[in-house]
Ligand binder design. Structure first.
Ligand SMILES: [Zn+2]
Length: 203
């Protein structure tokens, strides 16, 4: 019998069998009325939809220019990778590497790993090979995925340069904004739900 099938009331020690809750429901103790547990704010299916959407946004944010500038009648458009390369060539190697990791590599790895784990668990109903190691990798990567820092930097640049040249926000910047929002939701997701889903499969 799986241990999480039972739940004990923290206040009066009555033991209950867990029941599946739908969104926003919570289970309360019949004897003392204390809350036992709540339905998760986000389900695995919702999570998978967010992950797939964020993969599309990631591609757009990287493939299209973020900012374009008109100087002396010539258009300069720069993508995220352009700005990493520019930082590298102007001698701030560490910043270039950190940007490449925190804004490109870690978020992409997070998205791909979550996509793989969720697809395997809820679409194919099988235990994904490497589950434990990949879950640890996800947990370690979480604090280092910092698209928002870059987004703020890019927005500050747009505002500052607006006086000097004609600066325009390009599709990549909008995609990066939306991606930042989705990654915040994804990072707030309770990873225990994946462990629970896997426990149910391998039982
Ligand atoms: Zn109780």
């Amino acid at each position: 019998m799986h241990p999480s099938e039972f739940i004990v009331c923290e206040h009066c020690d009555v033991v209950y069998q867990r029941a599946d809750l739908i969104r926003k429901q919570s289970a309360c103790c019949v004897r003392c009325g204390a809350e036992l547990y709540r339905a998760p704010a986000m389900h695995l299916q919702t999570m998978l939809a967010l992950v797939v959407t964020s993969l599309f946004l990631f591609v757009i944010a990287n493939a299209y220019p973020l900012i374009s500038m008109q100087m002396n009648g010539i258009d300069h458009a720069s993508t995220l990778i352009d700005s990493v390369a520019a930082a590298w060539h102007s001698g701030v190697g560490p910043i270039a590497v950190m940007t490449a990791l925190a804004v490109v590599l870690f978020p992409l790895t997070q998205i791909v790993l979550l996509g793989y784990l969720l697809t395997s668990l809820i679409m194919l109903h099988r235990d994904p090979p490497g589950f434990v190691d990949l879950m640890h990798a996800l947990r370690l990567m979480r604090p280092w995925s910092m698209v928002e820092v870059y987004l703020i930097g890019a927005l500050v640049a747009v505002v500052k340069m607006a006086g000097m040249a004609s600066v325009r926000a390009e599709p990549g910047l909008y995609a990066l904004g939306a991606l930042t929002f989705l990654l915040a939701l994804i990072n707030a997701f309770d990873l225990r739900l994946l462990w629970d889903a896997r426990d149910r499969l391998v039982e």
